[in-house]
Every structure is written in structure tokens, then in C-alpha cells.
Design a protein around this ligand. Structure first.
Ligand SMILES: [Fe+2]
Ligand SMILES: [Fe+2]
Length: 171
């Protein structure tokens, strides 16, 4: 017998699909910067991508622990046309994270309504994680604003992001 509420199962599935979409989106952003000879920024987005895959896997394991089943949906192809300046790519990344945050807030809200305290508690970690994700991107966008068209500052920025190790908090 399933103890998981059908709506919660659907929401967690949607969330896993969104994390996988995010992983793919960051993979494309990484490629854009590597192609622009900014491998440090590329490294930043590659690590972002890995983290999104880890989020998906964490939620996937949780879903099975509570008796749910995973369903992969049609993943939308991510945005791959990065016209405009480098800052606009980071702004797109922030938009994506804000969408993820709204989605997680919705899960926490519905979990509370259904008195599903296990799901509520599990997703609290992601609420905190989103604060960090948004904050990092906002700080990097501000830095890029300051850099403007200064190429030597951009070079240093690229070097800084190239030093990011998995899980390390930048900015
Ligand atoms: Fe995520
Ligand atoms: Fe994220």
C-alpha cells in the first residue's frame, strides 16, 4: 500500500524533472563559456550542473523511500542561444533558480497541507540550499556589472571561478 499522497508524488516527480532540466541548462551554459575561452566560468557552470544532478538523485532516493515511483517527463531542451553579454547568462541562471525556489516552496506548502511532515522536513534542506544558490548568482551578477567591458577584470573573474571546487561557496 502506498502511504504517499498522489499529489506529493506528482510534485516530487515534477521537481526531479526540473532539477534534471537545470542540470542540462547549466551544461549548455558551461559549453558557451568554454567556447568563449572562459574555461573558469565554464567550470563554475559545470559544477552547477553536477550539483543539480545530485539534487535530482537525492529527491529520487527520497521518493522511493516513501514508496513513490519516478517518472521521467519530456525534458524541454534548454536555452542554448546566449546572445548578449556574459552577465545576461548569469541573469538567466538566476531566473532559473527563482523558478526552482518557487517550485520547492510549493512542495513545502502542499506537504504541510497534507500533514506530510517527512516531505516537509526533507525539502527544508532545499529551501536553505536555494538561499545560497540565489545569493551566489546575485553576487556574481553584481561583480560582472562592476567588470563591465574591462577585459583584465574579466580575466581575473574567470580565474576566480576556475578555482571553484565542487560544493565550495563562491562570491
Ligand atoms: Fe537544484
Ligand atoms: Fe540550483
Amino acid at each position: 500500500m502506498k502511504t504517499i499522497h498522489a499529489e506529493i508524488e506528482k510534485l516530487i516527480n515534477d521537481q526531479i524533472n526540473l532539477e534534471l532540466h537545470s542540470a542540462n541548462q547549466y551544461l549548455c551554459m558551461a559549453s558557451h563559456f568554454i567556447d568563449e575561452e572562459l574555461a573558469g566560468i565554464g567550470n563554475f557552470f559545470l559544477i552547477q550542473s553536477q550539483e543539480e544532478n545530485m539534487h535530482a538523485l537525492k529527491q529520487y532516493n527520497y521518493l522511493h523511500n516513501i514508496g513513490g515511483k519516478f517518472r521521467l517527463g519530456d525534458l524541454k531542451a534548454p536555452d542554448q542561444n546566449f546572445k548578449g553579454d556574459y552577465k545576461s547568462v548569469f541573469e538567466k541562471a538566476l531566473e532559473l533558480e527563482l523558478r526552482v525556489t518557487r517550485s520547492i516552496y510549493n512542495i513545502v506548502d502542499k506537504a504541510q497541507q497534507h500533514k506530510d511532515f517527512a516531505t516537509y522536513t526533507f525539502f527544508e534542506w532545499f529551501v536553505t540550499e536555494q538561499v545560497e544558490e540565489e545569493s551566489t548568482l546575485r553576487k556574481l551578477i553584481k561583480k560582472l556589472e562592476m567588470i563591465g567591458s574591462n577585459t583584465s577584470a574579466l580575466f581575473l573573474f574567470d580565474q576566480e571561478l576556475g578555482g571553484r571546487k565542487s560544493g565550495a561557496n563562491l562570491a
